[in-house]
Ligand binder design. Structure first.
Ligand code: BTN
Length: 233
């Protein structure tokens, strides 16, 4: 396959390591896994627990294309993750933009970090995937779950294969099939969702994903598209 998987016993953060290498010109396809992470990073400046038995994996992509396509890749990674995880546990669904839930509790998260070049194109993209396999670390104010113990390295290989297949598919067919797969694994249309954006919140009826991967919510008789924020539990 196109991946070069490197496995470390312990790292502060696979994401920080791969981002640094990306800046230094590392070719696409590097995948770094750590059996244990001591300073894992989550979205929006949060931390992410990475005890041994769970998966911490970061991959480097250089897909090209315009920076406005960046949000698509977090959703694509979520679709690949959902597919890989479906072999291990029932009751899985996606929460916008790219959390994996098991019976409504978070069991995996994705940190998608892109760098833009001088022409407004994607210079590189680092996808960081944290998957609770053996343990569901406690996070205050949030319910967490795990997929069940399975060798992290094996799970990583399944996940990388799914990611490669979805990247290939996107190159051939664009974002539409990714969006359709996300919607099939996401909330039920018509469900009420609350989105936190900075200090404010918006509640509305879920109306699917926009063509660019934005979250569509109907409130006050109109459909609005959101590109950032955190959906409540
Ligand atoms: C989230 O907040 O939901 C995203 C969590 C992402 C965690 C993964 S673990 C592998 C990679 N390395 C990190 O430091 N973070 C990501």
């Amino acid at each position: 396959s196109r991946w070069r998987l490197r496995i470390f016993e312990a790292l502060d953060s696979t994401q920080s390591l791969v981002s640094g290498l990306a800046e230094a010109g590392e070719p696409e396809g590097l995948a770094v896994m750590a059996r244990r992470q001591t300073a894992g990073r989550g979205r929006e400046g949060r931390s992410w627990e990475g005890p041994s038995g769970n998966l911490a994996l970061s991959v480097l992509l250089r897909p090209g294309g315009p920076a406005r396509d960046l949000p698509q890749y977090g959703l694509l990674a979520a679709v690949a993750l959902h597919e890989a995880a479906s072999h291990h546990a029932p009751g899985l669904s996606l929460k916008w933009p790219n959390d994996l839930l098991r019976d409504g509790a978070k069991c995996a998260g994705i940190l998608a970090e892109g760098a833009v070049d001088g022409q407004g194109g994607i210079a590189h993209l680092v996808l960081g995937l944290g998957v609770n396999l053996a343990h569901a670390p406690e996070v205050p104010g949030r319910s967490t779950a795990a997929l069940g113990p399975t060798p992290p390295e094996e799970f990583a290989r399944t996940l990388l294969a799914a990611l490669e297949a979805w990247m290939f598919r996107r190159r051939l067919e664009g974002f539409a099939p990714v969006r359709a797969a996300w919607e099939a694994a996401g909330p039920v249309r018509g469900e009420m969702l609350t989105l936190r954006q900075g200090s404010g919140t918006v509640s509305g009826r879920y109306e699917g994903l926009a063509e660019d991967g934005g979250l569509m919510l109907a409130t006050g008789g109109r459909v609005h598209r959101f590109l950032a924020g955190e959906v409540g539990d």
